[in-house]
Design a protein around this ligand. Structure first.
Ligand code: C5P
Length: 310
């Protein structure tokens, strides 16, 4: 079928909301032979989301436009993960890609919230629907894993244990909703840079692999209150993120002084998550953190939420 154009109606358009991810538990092991680090993590999708819109452009090719958070800083060519995702779906279907992708971003770029992976996951789903390509779950997962370690989770959403380099998922049935204040900063941290810093600190004897996800999984499954969850949050990348961007320490400390139950670096940072007791507490906490200054933007988010292919 190679070279044929896709079968959807010209002008057809599909929009998909795709959530950011957080890692309430992020255990980072040693680098593997392939350079990736072994992970023992628990992912959760939160209500902060990007919207991916895919539309037939009426001529072959993949065009990308971006609006919202970080627009202007993101590449719109072949290096964009959404571009790679669209190309993969077309390759899988044996069709010539014909799509205009619009990414309306709310998830901070390079913030440790898997914004790029979310856009890739949303694009896989949107393009498959636009071009009416039947992709089974296992195949979709394989395409997603080829795009990045977090992309399979971004497809599914909810709560899940991640093993391997993060792509081996086991769903967790979380009973409840937890409320977060998401504070972004005006710096970025590249994921590889943060992993390298983890390795460097380990050589100096700082930090160890938190491989046991059982306590936090049991807490989610049992509908634990926010106070209990606060005691179980773990991020093995936190020291590395703070070492790279020392200003994170004062942001975290400030949120705790304002009454957050916990301050938790999101993934490889530099976004900081503050856990609130409930939605009312989250609203008040967000206002106080905003007034204090030090954060670029402050959002409210709840989790878990579903992903685009759940
Ligand atoms: O998988 P992804 O492309 O998102 O990863 C980006 C980079 O982060 C990798 O190239 C690698 O340097 C690092 N990484 C890692 N171990 C993981 C996941 C990512 O070292 N488990």
């Amino acid at each position: 079928m190679s070279g044929q154009t896709a079968p959807a109606q010209p002008g057809a358009s599909i929009s998909v909301d795709v959530p950011a991810k957080i890692n309430p538990h992020l255990g980072v092991g040693d680098p593997r032979a392939d350079g990736y680090h072994a992970l023992s993590t628990v992912y959760q999708a939160i209500s902060l989301h990007d919207t991916v819109t895919a539309e037939r452009r009426g001529e072959p090719g993949i065009a990308i436009t971006v609006s919202g958070e970080g627009a202007g800083t993101l590449p719109t060519g072949e290096e964009n993960l959404a571009h790679k995702a669209a190309k993969l779906v077309a390759l899988y279907a044996g069709i010539e890609p014909d799509v205009r992708l619009h990414l309306n971003k709310r998830i901070p770029v390079a913030g440790g919230l898997a914004g790029g992976s979310a856009d890739a996951a949303g694009t896989l789903v949107a393009c498959a629907r636009l071009w009416q390509v039947e992709i089974g779950d296992a195949e979709l997962h394989r395409l997603a894993a080829g795009l990045g370690s977090d992309v399979p989770f971004c497809l599914k959403g909810g709560t899940a244990i991640g093993a391997g380099r993060g792509e081996e998922l086991t769903p967790v049935q979380a009973k409840g909703t937890w409320h977060w204040v998401v504070a972004t900063t005006d710096t970025q941290i590249s994921t590889p840079e943060c992993y390298k810093e983890v390795d460097r600190l380990r050589e100096d004897g700082i930090g160890r692999y938190s491989s046991d996800v059982d306590p936090i999984v049991r807490a989610f499954e049992g509908g634990a209150g926010a106070e209990e969850l606060a005691r179980l949050l773990i991020n093995d990348m936190e020291a590395a993120a703070v070492s790279l961007r020392p200003q994170l320490a004062s942001l975290m400390h400030g949120g705790l002084e304002e009454g957050a139950l916990a301050a938790h670096v999101s993934g490889s940072g530099p976004t900081v998550l503050f856990l609130a007791t409930d939605v009312k507490h989250a609203v008040a906490l967000a206002r106080r953190i905003r007034m204090r200054g030090g954060a670029k933007s402050v959002h409210l988010a709840r989790g878990p939420v579903n992903g685009p292919a759940a």
